[in-house]
Design a protein around this ligand. Structure first.
Ligand code: FES
Length: 184
């Protein structure tokens, strides 16, 4: 038969066991909660990325859409334009340049300094601005400041032997590069 002292000791031991196991359970529970939280956040992030991806895919504003011509201007047959020539189209507000490598470039009439209309000087093979004397090369590069950057340009498309200029899309640039020109 157990004495009162033994029973008390036994109870004390059980109480100690409970006290020791409680924090472990608490730690375990916290860890599980954090794991669940991270998993949940991961799922939310995945869903958001999926929605953004498919939204972009089906929004109708893909890269092809943004390259779609807005307002095509028919500048005429490609054979009309000699290499190294400049033709003004006042109604379209651009100069059509045919570079000496055969590429077509449609340049804005507006000076990139303060927007005055530029003139082509055939004898000097340059564009000149009457306002503050900026000068530009045939490809639109700045030859003489204060103009800060090359002349703006419009995308050119060659369609059925014709030069079509998208006068609804004016593009800015720092300098000329061949990708801005259209080739046959
Ligand atoms: S507006 Fe052309 S140089 Fe100033």
């Amino acid at each position: 038969m157990k004495s009162k002292k033994d029973i008390k000791k036994k109870k004390q031991e059980q109480a100690n066991v409970e006290i020791q196991t409680q924090p472990k359970d608490a730690v375990q529970t916290r860890r599980e909660f954090l794991n669940t939280l991270w998993k949940g956040l991961g799922v939310v992030a995945f869903i958001e990325l999926t929605v953004v991806f498919f939204g972009y895919l089906f929004s109708g504003k893909s890269e092809n859409e943004s390259l779609k011509p807005k307002q095509l201007f028919d500048a005429g047959n490609i054979n009309t334009f000699q290499k190294n020539s400049v033709t003004i189209f006042r109604s379209g507000r651009f100069y059509l340049v045919r570079l000496d490598d055969g590429g077509f470039l449609a340049l804005s009439l507006r000076c990139t300094h303060l927007g005055c209309s530029i003139n082509w000087e055939e004898d000097k093979q340059r564009f000149i601005c009457p306002c503050h004397a900026s000068a530009f090369e045939i490809n639109g590069n700045v030859q003489n400041p204060p103009a800060p950057s090359a002349l703006d340009y419009f995308p050119v498309l060659i369609q059925n032997g014709k030069v079509m200029v998208d006068i609804g899309t004016k593009l800015t640039r720092t300098r000329f590069n061949k990708e801005q020109a259209a080739y046959i």
